[in-house]
Ligand binder design. Structure first.
Ligand SMILES: [Zn+2]
Ligand SMILES: [Zn+2]
Length: 377
């Protein structure tokens, strides 16, 4: 299969354009490539990158052998002077270490999973240099987004940064990555069902800014991930396209708003207390089941057709092998209840179903029972 340039007809990559929402949007991402051969994709991309100079290739201990060295060789071949930096943790110390190594570089290239991309994205943003995203898995929607998830102390924090200049997705690398990571990526995208509902709610109740182009982009990602799971998970281009659309949506409005509602606050609370073993997408998937059920309890805005019921969300998560119960990720009922009650305080300005219809302690317990998230005592 020849490399396919993923295009998104609704938006103009790398250029300013007037949008029906009244704003002028500009996405820094210029090119999104998807194909079967990393060598072929790199030949297409690296020759076009200007100016030549020192470049830092950020990779992980495992991904270095899988793809990092290949990327380094291609940049050398095209007249760049590559140095390799291994990132094992997405924390501020690693970001600072990378900034020191990369000062003087004209470009940063991330070759790896979520940690590598987050570190590279944030360091490149701070250095004011472009970065290229070469994911080796898709465990969340960060491969093309402007948001970097960085540990500050023990707290995982979402920081706005600059989206990648180019995204290079090699199908076999993603297909061969661990199923748990793929399932987590699917869960993060399925959860857009509730994040989009929260955005509409904020727009209707709080007169919050809303962009239909961005909304449609994210709703299409939700449809694509459903098709991916419905078809048995064989067509990696659907997962890649869905993740890219979510990242572009956030880049368009320069905010995580279209892709992050109460289900993400639920996950951020669990991160904050440091309980359990859940990946970002796994926690968000559980949050989405709970929030979908909460929407059903309540007199919510008219449905638009993209929304999934909590049973449908649970069905999709089950089929892709993602957790559907809090005990699956070793989160106690006590912490889940606290998260449901308190997570809205982490971000009071982001209106969600939990701000609109706050839970009481008995209500939170009932929600866990109703969704099959925890057993009857
Ligand atoms: Zn717009
Ligand atoms: Zn997410």
């Amino acid at each position: 299969m020849p490399p396919l340039l993923l295009t998104v007809p609704e938006i103009r990559l790398g250029e300013e354009f007037d949008c029906s929402c009244g704003r002028v949007h500009r996405v820094a991402t210029r090119q999104i490539l998807f194909g079967d051969s990393l060598d072929e994709l790199l030949d297409l991309v690296v020759g076009e990158v200007e100016p030549r100079g020192p470049v830092v290739v950020v990779t992980g201990p495992k991904t270095r052998a899988i793809a990092g060295e290949t990327v380094k060789v291609h940049f050398s071949k095209h007249g760049f002077d590559p140095i390799v930096f291994e990132a094992e943790k997405a924390d501020l110390a690693t970001v600072s270490g990378l900034e020191r190594v990369a000062s003087g570089c004209v470009l940063a290239v991330a070759v790896g999973g979520g940690t590598v991309i987050d570190v590279c994205k944030y360091a490149a943003h701070r250095l004011g240099i472009p970065f290229i995203s070469i994911p080796t898995t898709i465990s969340h929607d960060g491969i093309s987004s402007p948001v970097a998830s960085i540990l500050i102390g023990s707290r995982r924090t979402s920081l706005m940064a600059t989206p990648p200049q180019r995204v290079v997705i090699t199908a076999p690398l993603i297909s061969r990555s661990p199923q748990r990571l793929i399932a987590s990526g699917c869960a993060d995208i399925l959860a857009k069902s509730t994040s989009l509902r929260d955005w509409i709610l904020g727009h209707l109740v709080k007169d919050e800014y809303f962009c239909k182009t961005t909304f449609d982009l994210t709703a299409t990602a939700l449809l694509e991930i459903r098709r991916f799971i419905d078809a048995g998970g064989g067509d990696i281009s659907l997962l890649a396209s869905a993740a890219v659309r979510c990242g572009l949506a956030m880049a368009l409005v320069e905010s995580s708003r279209p892709c992050s509602g109460a289900e993400h606050l639920f996950s951020h609370y669990i991160d904050m207390v440091g309980e359990g073993v859940g990946l970002h997408g796994e926690q968000v998937g559980l949050g989405a089941i709970l929030m979908a059920a909460r929407y059903e309890d309540f007199d919510s805005p008219p449905q638009q057709g993209f929304e999934l019921t909590f049973q449908e969300l649970r069905g999709y998560l089950t089929r892709v092998g993602a957790p559907t119960r809090i005990e699956d990720i070793k989160v106690s009922e006590e912490v889940a209840v606290k998260a449901l009650l308190e997570c809205k305080n982490l971000r009071p300005e982001r209106y969600t179903i939990l701000h609109h219809a706050p839970l009481t302690p008995p209500g939170a317990y009932n929600l866990l029972r109703k969704t099959g998230m925890a057993e009857e005592l």
